[in-house]
Design a protein around this ligand. Structure first.
Ligand SMILES: [Zn+2]
Length: 391
């Protein structure tokens, strides 16, 4: 990693520091450090800030990121668009989200994000963006900045998301899969702050199950950018046919459609009074109804969640043996199935993986929750602008 990136991310994460403090934290020759700093001051990325020193009358010069730096974080999911503008230290200066159906296509959805940003510009939150980070709920070719055959995003296949946004906003843009973006967020300012080897599992009502991996401090995207797409790993050879054409995929057993199917059958055959009443009132059931029913203590809903937890757990147990992570974080909008799901995941993973791999392995819920995507997209934008791992 370059000195420039290390310097800028130190200032991003710790705020103003003196030259001596920077030298103490970076293992580089002092002359190289000072030359790089001068270069960054000249380029306007870093500014000097006078402040009172520890002794009266003595002043020390600190350096800090240019307060005018601005990043845009865009978080798209199946049903909403979230936009946040941050400063160079990733503190939010403006934030907005609205409902938006991803199936209305890229021109409409990206247009909505652009209109939100234009409004924020008009309100004076920035004059020029330094970078944009965006997460999409589907497979993304990270190198090309395009989604590739995303199952829940009709019309988006190979749409040039990076080039369109870059052209409209005149800044570099990084496009990634939403689960990788959430992993970045959780690692930067969530529950996994101190962790370098992380598995983040997203359990979403709109886009199924996916996972992000951070290995030795870096997101692992694989050769084509689809690492972590665990939804189509087979967990039941006699299971239902999946949307991908194969049999017994995790996604076919534990997804929005699968949960709704289980719930409707429990309502039809009278196993759950709560689900039967809901079905009579609404005409159909969703994964959200199962989550709410489980939270309310309905035994059938809890049973459906537990069965799903065991299936996700089987896949996770394989991943743990393969990767030996130091933490597993569960996120996504169905993560509030939380403690029921976690108990099942833990029991399967601890039973099936090697004791050495699970000895100190915390499995926890996301700390950032619904904010993981937007926080991670801001981290992604800053990595791009600071010359970090993504570029
Ligand atoms: Zn499948």
């Amino acid at each position: 990693m370059s000195i420039r990136y290390e310097l800028l991310t130190l200032l991003r994460d710790h705020g103003p520091l003196s030259r001596a403090q920077l030298a103490g934290r970076l293992e580089v020759p002092r002359r190289r450090l000072l030359a790089e700093l001068d270069h960054l001051v000249e380029a306007g990325r870093v500014v000097e800030a006078e402040c009172a020193g520890p002794r009266r009358g003595r002043r020390s010069t600190l350096v800090k990121l240019d307060p005018g730096l601005r990043f845009a974080a865009v978080d798209l999911d199946a049903r909403s668009v979230g936009v946040e503008v941050t400063d160079g230290c990733l503190r939010a200066v403006a934030s907005y989200s609205e409902r938006c159906d991803i199936r209305t296509g890229p021109v409409n959805v990206l247009g909505r994000a652009t209109r939100i940003l234009e409004k924020m510009r008009a309100q004076g939150h920035f004059t020029q963006l330094d970078a944009i980070g965006i997460g999409l709920p589907g497979p993304v070719s990270f190198r090309e900045g395009v989604p590739v055959s995303p199952p829940i995003m009709p019309g988006w296949d190979r749409h040039p998301v990076r080039d369109v946004l870059s052209g409209e906003h005149g800044c570099p843009v990084a496009v990634d899969n939403d689960v990788n973006v959430m992993t970045l967020g959780e690692q930067h300012s969530g529950v996994a702050r101190t962790v370098d080897n992380l598995i983040f599992v997203k359990i979403g009502s709109g886009s199924g199950v996916g996972c992000g991996m951070q290995i030795a401090g870096r997101i692992y995207r694989g050769a084509a950018g689809c690492a972590g797409d665990i939804g189509h790993i087979q967990v039941d050879a006699d299971g239902p046919v999946c949307s991908c054409g194969n049999v017994g995929c995790l996604e076919a057993l534990f997804s929005q459609e699968a949960l709704a199917r289980h719930a409707e059958s429990a309502a039809d055959d009278g196993r759950s009074l709560l689900l039967a009443e809901l079905l009579a009132a609404k005409g159909c059931l969703t994964a959200r109804d199962v989550a709410d029913g489980a939270a309310a203590g309905d035994a059938v809903c809890i049973g459906i969640v537990r069965a799903g937890g065991r299936q996700v757990g089987q896949v996770l147990a394989g991943l743990v043996s393969f990767m030996n992570p130091s933490m597993i974080v569960i996120g996504g909008d169905l993560a509030d199935l939380g403690h029921i799901l976690l108990a099942e995941l833990r029991s399967v993973v601890y039973q099936r993986s090697l004791p050495l791999a699970t000895g100190d392995l915390p499995m926890v819920l996301s700390e950032l929750g619904a904010r993981a995507g937007v926080v991670g997209a801001a981290v992604l934008a800053s990595e791009l602008a600071y010359g970090g791992p993504v570029s």
